[in-house]
Design a protein around this ligand. Sequence first.
Ligand code: FES
Length: 60
Amino acid sequence: MCCVANVDGEYYAIGNVCTHEGGPLAEGVLEGYEVECPWHQSKFDVRTGEVTSPPASEYL
Ligand code: FES
């Protein structure tokens, strides 16, 4: 399963499972290019899968 984000008409697909404790990123909030995990608020860049805010520390 993946998380698909629509940012101004551009679509990005990243893994749905947060690398912290497995939260469902598809249920998180998207703000700009960042999706926030609904469980402990880690943030990931939907373009790269990079962590932009902890507690997660590993790429998607
Ligand atoms: S499971 Fe996503 S931040 Fe903890």
